[in-house]
Design a protein around this ligand. Structure first.
Ligand SMILES: [Zn+2]
Length: 305
């Protein structure tokens, strides 16, 4: 059922929650630690952003990796703010109440507020939408995360027997959902900061979300999002899919997995046997990771805390 790329995930799933809830600086990588020391949760200003990239990996994005307050070049005039629109559906009400009471969305917002200055508040609105969706609306300057999105992820995982040791899909779905939220945050930042983007913005913010999770020692959360895309692929690629602003599900799967692999090729060496179709891609993934991290770090540097 599940490929060996679950191997890390099994031991890794608590990492994001631990990091967010406890503000831990303990390395929480695969097998209990990535071996490169703890991150200070300031990914965009760390000198070690290029650690995987050999002699090309020296992005000029910060002065120090010492913890402590960091003055941002741009003024910090806003916060990520969580808002709840409690759903009409009784089923969704239970889900929404559980997530709200867990404090998880608030922890995500708090995490983001420790990382990035904003020119104005950015609402993260959790709502019933009557469709599977998550989106940033530029005209409203707000992100909407539909409860149906989390339900759909959980259903996809259940359909494919993708569960944790306890047989539950909930935690794994939560982490794929987190990647979706960070993807939408990427869209919002492109607008709020008026970031220049070449190529498809959808690809760029896929990269943003994946990189943010990797730098938070939560790469396996991105892996679960990739798995969700893989589960959605039905092998049919009609013109409407090819014309879509998003990449094909499988392309998004491979792009995420490439960045994850590129962040630590030795740690994810088993991708080489698990995904033989990536034979030509994987050797270039370390370079892709460094390039994308350097690019985002450069774009976000004025706003990085
Ligand atoms: Zn998008």
């Amino acid at each position: 059922m599940i490929g060996p790329y679950e191997r890390c995930a099994r031991s890794f799933i608590p990492a994001l929650a631990s990091t967010l809830f406890l503000a831990s600086t303990v390395p929480l990588g695969c097998d209990g630690g990535s071996g490169d020391g703890g991150h200070d949760l300031s990914p965009w200003v760390q000198n070690d952003v290029g650690q995987a990239g050999g002699d090309t990996a020296q992005p000029d994005v910060g002065e120090s990796d010492q913890p402590g307050p960091v003055e941002t070049q741009e003024p910090d005039l806003g916060d990520f703010v969580v808002e709840y629109e409690l759903p009409q559906s009784p089923k969704l009400q239970d889900l929404a109440s559980g997530i709200r009471d867990s404090g998880y969305p608030d922890a995500l917002a708090e995490f983001l507020n420790t990382q990035l200055a904003l020119p104005r508040d950015l609402p993260l609105v959790f709502a019933q939408c009557d469709k599977v969706n998550a989106y940033y609306a530029g005209e409203d300057k707000r992100i909407t995360i539909c409860w149906e999105m989390l339900v759909d992820i959980a259903q996809a995982f259940a359909d494919h027997d993708w569960t944790d040791e306890s047989g539950s899909v909930g935690t794994l779905a939560l982490y794929a959902w987190t990647w979706v939220i960070f993807h939408e945050v990427g869209h919002a930042l492109v607008d709020y900061y008026q970031l220049p983007i070449t190529g498809k913005e959808e690809d760029a913010v896929d990269d943003f979300s994946t990189l943010l999770l990797i730098l938070d020692d939560s790469a396996e959360a991105a892996v679960h999002a990739a798995v969700y895309f893989r589960f959605q692929d039905n092998g049919e690629h009609p013109p409407s899919a090819l014309a879509n602003e998003h990449g094909l599900h499988l392309q998004r799967f491979y792009n995420i997995m490439c960045i994850v692999y590129g962040s630590a090729p030795a740690e994810y060496g088993y991708f080489e046997t698990q995904f033989p179709e990536m034979e030509d891609r994987l050797p270039r993934c370390e370079g892709e990771y460094v390039q994308k991290l350097k690019s985002w770090a450069t774009l976000l540097a004025p706003w990085a805390k």
